[in-house]
Design a protein around this ligand. Structure first.
Ligand SMILES: [Cu+2]
Length: 414
């Protein structure tokens, strides 16, 4: 009986070991980092990122890359997300695998929070310097106070080299060039170690004598005063005076070493400059929009009116970072993330050029695995079944025009 018990114990131990080891080696590469789990209607109705460009997808430590593009702040902003009055242009990466050397909205440096206006379109650029080797999924991202993170499309970028060689030189206004990666570290270590050590010495001074039981007995017997000797009092005074003296000395010597310091710079930046979009000549009316549950596609009936002077065709529908293209009209040349790019995902019942001054009602189907992978299909769980997105029309000369669409999106069931 005991033998069997031992065997079972041994076997279950082996099984546990195998499981733990397997779990350690199982490291799936996630292709999205947070956005999938967010409500689909929020992703479709907050910020539309487009014209994104990642300048490189392989970069060596200390080299830089830029992510640039535009974003449209949707006018039908959801109630549950605070208006983007206090927003911050961030980058979605797992810690500082890059450092952000600069970020700009409309040409202005934006190290602080900014105010964005609903309905406006802005141009942005982020300059990243590679720090940690690895494969990183780099997202553009906007943090909205009272709303949360609004995550843009992410693209895999490989960093090569060694992190030990990373430097972050900055020249101060006093003309010193410092390396922010290590600047002031030894000073920080020294003072923390010094004060921690002093605390230990104080405790050690008292702990060299018995600490608890004899002292407790002395106190109970009414002889508490006998526990602190005249010598103890001198030592205590020494610590007190010494601490004040060291603080005063440390403060004045630091002031002498760094005579010019400024407070932390903070405060909201207002007046971000939006892009002046050309006057719109294409008008789109969404007659109805549906999606099959379960399914991988959405359908729209659009009435497109061309008020311009050149014939146009529909080339792209973009929602929540997923781009559905009609390859006969438009192909991507920016190296847009594969999992978000449906190169042949857009089909239009009649996508022949719409002549100036005419109007046409068409059936548009946006279809791709991304609809399911990025859980836009999960709109069925959302409390507001409406979508929004960008339509891109191209005229004969290749000029592009962006039209915002926004309508209820009604599920259909089998
Ligand atoms: Cu990601």
């Amino acid at each position: 009986m005991k033998l069997i018990k031992d065997k079972v114990a041994k076997l279950s131990f082996v099984a546990l070991l195998v499981t733990v080891t397997a779990a350690m080696f199982y490291a799936p590469t996630a292709s999205a980092h947070g956005e999938k789990s967010q409500a689909a209607f929020m992703r479709m109705r907050t910020i539309h990122w487009f014209d994104l460009n990642w300048s490189k997808d392989t970069v060596a430590v200390n080299d830089t890359m830029t992510i640039s593009g535009k974003f449209h702040v949707f006018a039908g902003w959801p109630e549950t997300v605070d208006k983007p009055e206090i927003s911050f242009l961030n980058i979605g990466i797992p810690g500082p695998v890059f450092i952000r050397q600069g970020s700009w909205i409309g040409g202005q440096l934006v190290p602080r929070s900014v105010t964005l206006e609903l309905g406006e379109t802005y141009e942005f650029k982020v300059l990243l310097k590679a720090r940690r080797p690895g494969d990183w999924h780099v997202h553009t991202m906007m943090n909205v106070k009272g709303g949360g993170p609004i995550i843009g499309p992410g693209k895999w970028v490989t960093v090569t080299g060694t992190m030990g060689s990373f430097t972050n030189p900055v020249t101060t206004l006093l003309g010193d060039t410092i390396n922010l990666e290590t600047y002031n570290l030894s000073n920080t270590y020294f003072w923390h170690a010094f004060w921690y050590g002093l605390g230990l010495v104080w405790v050690g001074y008292w702990a060299r004598k018995p600490i608890f039981v004899p002292r407790h007995i002395a106190m109970e017997a009414g002889k508490a005063d006998s526990l602190i000797t005249a010598g103890d009092r001198k030592v205590a005074l020494g610590f007190a005076v010494g601490t004040i003296a060291i603080v005063a000395f440390g403060m004045s010597s630091t002031n002498a070493a760094y005579p010019v310091t400024t407070p932390l710079q903070a405060g909201l930046l207002r007046g971000m400059k939006p892009i002046e979009l050309p006057a719109r000549t294409v008008n789109v009316k969404v007659e109805d929009a549906t999606y099959r549950v379960p399914g991988r596609a959405m359908q729209m009936t659009l009435t497109i009116t061309n008020n311009g002077d050149s014939a146009v065709r529909l080339g792209e529908f973009n929602t929540a970072g997923v781009r559905f293209l009609d390859p006969k009209v438009h192909t991507d040349e920016t190296g847009y993330p594969d999992d978000l790019l449906a190169e042949e995902g857009l089909s239009v019942s009649d996508n022949s050029p719409i002549a100036p001054g005419t109007s046409r009602t068409v059936q548009v189907t946006a279809s791709d695995a991304a609809w399911e992978v990025y859980r836009l299909a999960d709109l069925i769980y959302d409390p507001d079944s409406r979508f929004a997105g960008l339509l891109f029309f191209f005229d004969e000369a290749g000029n592009r025009q962006m039209v915002m669409v926004d309508a209820p999106l009604i599920p259909t069931f089998i």
